[in-house]
Design a protein around this ligand. Structure first.
Ligand code: PMV
Length: 326
């Protein structure tokens, strides 16, 4: 009763922020994302009759297993086991700092835990399950370009992600600029609830989402890089305007975050095709065609306050790992 899985982080081009049902973790808006090759989580799950409680280790440290346990309860209920599990997980990037570690983490956990419990689910069901751990995790079940549907059913059976386009069909580089290695202060779940309750712009954000998604689908279908870049910049700045206008304000940026944005806009004014997006954290993700990856990487590495720079291409779907590699 053990299995291991690897899942890759994903970055939303059209952002999800806000829940239509907090208990079921149903998103208020759909989202479109890209899965990243170089940012991954590997997780091993072992159900063990000798355990009196779930145990969870992240990057070599024992961590509070409450959220993982609640998620494993769903898998236990569906598979009929009542065994506790040992979960060992590793990220190859900073955890909880706006690099979507919950996306890759819950996607890897979903695959590994279902396999360990003998639960055979198709990718859509895995995506629905992963969503209940973390909204963005629903998208990391798939590779390349993905879309998360908001759905409208009260039970969430129509809120899942699906692939839009293979990674290889339209290569893209994302250059991640790390400006802070510590975990963020307000996690996205709490932040979203606060925004929905207090930002004066929240209703407008929700009502504009479908138009943003339509435009992004068209940009991907038409391989229109400038639209593919400009739409995420607008979506992310709109999301941060919501965060900034929440009470209390959610300010995820630091000084280097802002300097990186200006650097990228200056590069673009000089003719380099590059745009940015930022999640609920201080890191900036620059989007560019692979031919411009070196220029963008060098420019970001030179920005004061940038601690490291990670260029990555688009990544594959989550997968189970060969038992010999556990
Ligand atoms: O699903 P969560 O709780 O990891 O929230 C994701 C929120 C953003 O990363 C800011 C946006 C998104 O769509 O990924």
């Amino acid at each position: 009763m053990s299995a291991s899985a690897r899942a890759h982080s994903n970055i939303a081009l059209i952002k999800y922020w806000g829940k239509r049902d907090v208990a079921l973790n149903l998103p208020a808006v759909g989202s479109i994302a890209i899965t990243l090759a170089e940012l991954a989580t590997e997780t091993r799950v072992e159900f063990d009759p000798h355990l009196a409680a779930d145990h969870c280790q992240l990057d070599g440290t024992n961590v509070d297993a409450t959220r993982i346990s609640r998620f494993l309860d769903r898998i236990r209920a569906r598979s009929g086991t009542n065994l506790h599990a040992k979960v060992i997980s590793r990220n190859n990037f900073p955890t909880s700092a706006g690099l979507a570690s919950s996306a890759s983490g819950f996607a890897a956990l979903t695959l590994a835990a279902c396999a360990a419990a003998g639960l055979e689910l198709d990718r859509r069901e895995l995506s629905i399950l992963a969503r209940q751990g973390s909204g963005s995790a629903a998208r990391s079940i798939f590779g390349g370009y993905t879309e998360m549907r908001r759905g409208s059913a009260a039970d969430g059976h129509d809120a899942y992600a699906a692939p839009l386009l293979d990674a290889a069909a339209w290569p893209l580089t994302v250059v991640v600029a790390i400006t802070e290695n510590r975990a963020k202060s307000v996690d996205s779940g709490k932040g979203m609830i606060s925004t929905a309750a207090s930002s004066p712009f929240y209703a407008d954000w929700v009502s504009a989402a479908d138009a943003d998604l339509d435009a992004m689908r068209a940009a991907i279908a038409g391989r229109d890089f400038h639209a593919l870049g400009a739409l995420p910049e607008h979506s992310c700045l709109k999301m941060h305007a919501l965060m900034l206008s929440s009470k209390p304000a959610l300010i995820y940026w630091n000084a280097a975050t802002i300097t990186v944005m200006h650097t990228l806009r200056a590069l673009r004014a000089d003719g380099v095709p590059v745009y940015f997006t930022i999640d609920a954290g201080p890191q900036v993700k620059a989007l560019c065609p692979p031919a411009h990856s070196k220029t963008v990487t060098e420019a970001l590495a030179a920005v004061p306050g940038v601690q490291s720079v990670w260029p990555t291409g688009l990544g594959p779907a989550a997968q189970l790992l060969d038992p010999c590699c556990k």
